[in-house]
Write a protein of this length. Sequence first.
Length: 94
Amino acid sequence: MAKRIKLVMHKQGFADLRNSPGVLADLTERAELIAAEAELRGNGAEFEARAARPGSSFSRRSRGRSSVGTTDIRSRAKQAKDNILQAALNAGRG
């Protein structure tokens, strides 16, 4: 019979990894790539990448995150009609 392997999860290690500068930079870069692709597809629609760092007033969670959104009402209408952001998601896969 094979030996049993005991796996111990260290929550603080996961938190440190999620908040490391490399991970946060990667999240921001992916959001910027998606925003740039969406602007190319959007025929004048404008999008911006937003990043929330852990502990900031915009982030209630213990990890960094990024998002892409419209900048004005005209861009929001184009997004609602043409699903530009959904079409641009592959640009963030790197």
